[in-house]
Ligand binder design. Structure first.
Ligand SMILES: *Cc1c(COP(=O)(O)O)cnc(C)c1O
Length: 368
């Protein structure tokens, strides 16, 4: 039976192994591990990709969000609106900054509903975290208009969306800051943890460059006590190789998504994601929705196909969020989607035959 894994990080590495090993070896010889040349080069090409003035490497995507909020002066007594159907960090970073996460339900495509955001605004609201969930740009035009109207800051959670654009503009360049994760399972992945913050704001960038490095202005002077949240030069060396491959990997993800979109259109009760007007999604995940989710997941597993659920437990129902006092029913769309969503394999190294096997198997499930 044909096997289709959900990811295969080794297959990606095989294509760039020689160059990665060469660069790692050179770096180990040089001993330049912290804030070195590879990092400077990576930050420069990352900013160029996003069309922003600055890109600042940090230790992970959660820190990118948390440090952004610190830099924007968000803290105790403030509320920040975010997505309850996102990864935990879209909310935990708000709590870590000392503020209160406030949730707003998504629309059918799983991205936050601007009307729900509007309803969630109170006199304490300071910012909106626009999560580009699944690699699809959030409704930035609407969210930016709401933010402007209410004097709110906008932080983009771009962890799943590197390479995504809306009307030709790259995610991470719309808000006050854009926050990226380089976790091994993201579209651009370090060999471990990593993150990036993008911004066009000189003052925020100056603050963040210190905030990631003990508040240090130079070698011997600190302006404020802060964290150690740097992106390793060694990771940057690997990422510099991968940055060059990223456009090709993204195109392949989109080609696989197009095969699914064509092959699965009108099959059973499946809701299949597609690019809306002006969107160029990067399909970090390819999430279909069906009332028969659990049975479909089992059927696919029985046929050698691995799938995931992103995410089975909404953030507002996590034990960690109990202090916020939410209960079942507070965010009905998020809770419904948690029972209907299924992430199909979509990584660049999948073969056409594997993708066809997924499509054929899903069709077989719905015709039986
Ligand atoms: C992965 C992820 C994060 C957190 O990134 P880490 O690098 O794991 O800290 C934040 N938000 C979203 C939407 C993510 O998918």
């Amino acid at each position: 039976m044909m096997k289709v894994p959900y990811v295969n990080l080794g297959a990606q590495y095989a294509g760039i192994k020689d160059e990665v090993l060469e660069r790692i070896s050179a770096l180990l010889d040089s001993g330049a591990f912290i804030l070195g040349e590879e990092l400077a080069q990576f930050e420069k090409s990352f900013a160029a990709l996003c069309g922003t003035k600055y890109a600042i490497g940090v230790a992970n995507g959660t820190d990118a969000l948390f440090l952004s909020m610190m830099a924007l002066g968000i803290g105790e007594g403030d509320e920040v609106i975010t997505a309850p159907n996102s990864y935990l960090a879209s909310a935990s970073s708000i709590a870590l900054a000392g503020a209160t996460p406030v949730f707003a339900d998504p629309l059918d495509d799983m991205n936050i509903d601007p009307a729900a955001v509007r309803k969630a605004i109170t006199p304490r609201t300071k910012a909106i975290i626009a999560v580009h969930l699944t690699g699809r740009p959030a409704r930035m035009n609407e969210l930016l208009a709401i933010a402007k109207e209410h004097g709110l800051q906008v932080i983009e959670d771009c962890a799943q969306a590197i390479g995504a654009t809306l009307n030709g503009q790259h995610v991470g360049s719309f808000g006050n800051t854009g926050c990226f994760s380089l976790h091994p399972l993201k579209n651009l992945a370090a060999a471990g943890d990593g993150g990036v913050i993008t911004t066009n704001d000189d003052a925020i960038a100056a603050n963040l460059l210190k905030a990631r490095n003990h508040g240090m202005r130079d070698r011997d002077h600190s302006d404020f006590f802060s964290y150690n949240s740097r992106l390793d030069n060694l990771q940057a060396a690997i990422l510099n190789v991968k940055m060059r491959e990223l456009p090709r990997w993204t195109e392949r993800r989109r080609a696989i998504a197009a095969m699914y979109q064509q092959g699965l259109a009108g099959v059973g009760d499946l809701l299949v994601p597609t690019d809306r007007n002006g969107e160029r999604a990067v399909y970090h995940t390819f999430i279909v929705q069906t009332a028969k989710r659990d049975a479909l997941k089992q059927f696919l597993a029985d046929n050698g196909i691995d799938t995931k659920i992103h995410y089975p437990v909404p953030i507002h129902l996590q034990q960690a969020a109990a202090y916020l006092g939410h209960k079942k029913g507070d965010f009905p769309l998020t809770e419904k989607q948690a029972t209907t969503i299924l992430s199909l394999p979509v990584f660049a190294e999948l073969t056409d035959e594997q993708v066809m096997h997924v499509i054929t198997t899903i069709k077989a499930f719905f015709t039986n």
